[in-house]
Design a binder for this molecule. Structure first.
Ligand code: ATP
Ligand code: MG
Ligand code: MG
Ligand code: MG
Length: 576
């Protein structure tokens, strides 16, 4: 590829709405351009990255035995009515009507359509297992589209759906995908963690997220550095009730005096500034004890100042709690949260409870609360996250950083991640709702056992940039770089030897299968280097007359601070 035949468009400044570095750099490097909130053009440079991501995904999905198809972006409402999701899904589902006033949806995911395919096409157990996948445009009317491709409204997802004859076979399909996902994410060249995720109503351990580690990630991961225990915060909180209660009562005997040692953690993990104030919260618990009584929930409440100075802690009044900080089913707690912006209002809760926020609620997420001794606190407390939903219910997490990990091999730690993949065992949830059956070995109709497996194809590049950048721009891993190598000739328009050497090297590398671009735009060296550093091409070769006279060129990896001279005669071997 020659830059003169391509499209390079870089900016010095990022737009004001770009809050995170990946959004800023992807805009500045000309990879994406905004069309509307959460809706972007994938510009030529950005599209090359997406194609590389897709190619890796395709290769590994095919290798794992999945078969590619494509389902429509616009899907009939009737199918979504069969599972009840047409109504249930809420505002994220974009519903449209055609000229005959019929309902359609823009697919946010495709369980309904693929289950319809299965019930029409898969008649016998002999045709199973099958895993259909697509790489397709999705639309979710996200409440807060932000961070560029990270949380778009229109985005690209690889979604796969497995169909099996029984749970045991479905587990095999799940494990095959799990393995394929590891292979895929290994190939991207990113630091990631596979973490246990909540499998919701189905239970069991068959749901995992693939999280790219990055300080700006929206998710919190609880992990043990000494073992492979890792879970997202929702899953990690799900301690067995008895264990949680034992911990709770043990904690209650201690004086709730927050300790200084947690300040750094608190400060580090706070990502969302308090915007409004919370005046009151209704707390409800649905956890019950062995005899079916509502389980007691121990609560304490402290107010911390915005600068996280623990010396400023005040213990607020808690109304409606009986002795011992216990309350039963529903209690209103009047808490003077956030008297002014900058205050934190953490509340310590010892069991999984629901907070029903009924009045003014701040959008707060992943707060730390309940620090009542060194390294003893809760993380990931959320209030008001999905505010527009009428009867909003948020989870309160129940993880204690610094506790022993469930496998007993070490202590729990926390870090942030970006969810780039999610695999899930679905059981018969969809096949049952849609009456999707096949004939089993005995000739009787049986429901398909299903699994679903997503990868955020367009989120992935953003996650890669969050993890790999410096003050000059993006640093792509080779596997997903828009170009692997750029040739920067100096004075190409003036110097015949430079032009010749550049073109020759370009042709030579191209025929060797290197994804190379030759910058033949004739720009000044400084501007040319700045462009490619911003764009993040990992390998650069500079050709200048001076070096050519010595039979050399200059090579520099994007992560290196100095270039190195390479003899022209060695260049082929060196670059491969
Ligand atoms: P999130 O928790 O970030 O909202 P999700 O759990 O709703 O994601 P899934 O339904 O599991 O997403 O979809 C599979 C994958 O699609 C996710 O792992 C993520 O990588 C990607 N994805 C989901 N929503 C978006 C979005 N709004 N923009 C870009 N990618 C997304
Ligand atoms: Mg989501
Ligand atoms: Mg998620
Ligand atoms: Mg998910």
């Amino acid at each position: 590829m020659k830059a003169s035949n391509f499209f390079v468009s870089t900016y010095k400044e990022a737009p004001a709405d770009a809050e995170v570095v990946s959004h800023q750099l992807m805009m500045r490097a000309g990879l994406i351009r905004r069309v509307s909130a959460g809706i972007y053009n994938y510009m030529p440079m950005g599209l090359r990255v997406l194609h590389k991501v897709e190619r890796i995904v395709r290769e590994e999905m095919n290798r794992a035995g999945a078969v590619e198809m494509a389902m429509p972006v616009v899907q009939p409402g009737e199918l979504w009515q069969e599972t009840g999701r047409f109504e249930k899904m809420g505002a994220e589902l974009l519903r449209v009507k055609d000229r005959h006033d019929r309902d359609f949806v823009i697919q946010p995911t495709s369980e309904e359509v693929v289950t319809d395919v299965a019930r029409n096409e898969l008649r016998s157990y002999k045709q199973l297992p099958v895993n259909f996948y697509q790489i397709q445009t999705k639309f979710r009317d996200e409440r807060r589209p932000r961070f560029g491709l990270m949380r778009g409204r229109e985005f690209i997802m690889k979604d796969a759906y497995s169909f099996d004859k029984d749970p045991a076979a479905a587990q095999v399909s799940y494990q095959t995908m799990r393995q394929a996902y590891r292979q895929i994410f290994d190939r991207f060249g990113l630091r990631y963690r596979a973490v246990a995720a909540d499998s919701g109503a189905i239970g069991g351990d068959l749901s995992e997220e693939f999280q790219v580690i990055a300080a700006t990630g929206e998710d919190a991961i609880i992990y043990c550095p000494e073992s492979d225990y890792a879970a997202n915060i929702e899953k990690a909180e799900a301690l067995p009730p008895a264990q949680a209660r034992a911990q709770a009562s043990a904690a209650l005997t201690k004086t709730p005096t927050p300790s200084k040692s947690t300040c750094a953690d608190v400060a580090q993990l706070l990502s969302v500034p308090l915007q409004k104030t919370v005046k009151s919260l209704v707390l409800a618990t649905d956890s019950v004890d062995e005899v079916g009584e509502p389980a007691g929930v121990q609560v304490w409440l402290v107010l911390l100042r915005g600068d996280h100075d623990m010396n400023e802690v005040k213990v607020s009044k808690i109304q409606g709690l009986d002795a011992g900080f216990r309350f039963a089913t529903e209690t209103e707690i009047v808490a003077h949260f956030g008297a002014r912006p900058g205050y934190l209002g953490p509340i310590g809760l010892k069991l999984p409870v629901k907070i029903v926020a009924d009045r003014e609620v701040a959008v707060m997420s992943d707060w730390i609360c309940g620090a009542n001794e060194a390294d003893f606190h809760f993380t990931g407390v959320n209030w008001g996250r999905d505010l527009p939903e009428p009867d909003f219910v948020a989870d309160v997490r129940n993880v204690v950083v610094g506790d022993r990990s469930p496998d007993g091999k070490g202590l729990l730690a926390i870090e942030r991640g970006i969810e780039v993949g999610h695999i899930f065992y679905l059981g018969t949830k969809y096949s049952k709702a849609m009456n999707a059956t096949f004939l089993d070995e005995t000739g009787k109709p049986a429901l398909f056992e299903m699994g679903c497996y997503g990868i955020g194809v367009s989120r992935l590049p953003a996650a890669a940039v969050e993890q790999n950048h410096d003050e000059r721009g993006i640093i792509w891993p080779d596997a997903i770089a828009p170009f692997t190598l750029v040739i920067c000739p100096i004075g190409m328009d003036r110097s015949e030897p430079v032009r010749e050497a550049a073109q020759q090297l370009h042709a030579q590398l191209q025929s060797a299968g290197v994804d190379v671009i030759l910058d033949d735009r004739g720009g000044r060296p400084g501007a040319m280097f700045a462009d490619w550093e911003l764009i993040g091409v990992p390998h650069r070769v500079v050709i200048s007359e001076r070096n050519l006279n010595e039979g050399q060129l200059e090579y520099q990896h994007r992560r290196q601070t100095e270039s190195q001279k390479v003899a022209l005669t060695d260049v082929d071997a060196f670059l491969r």
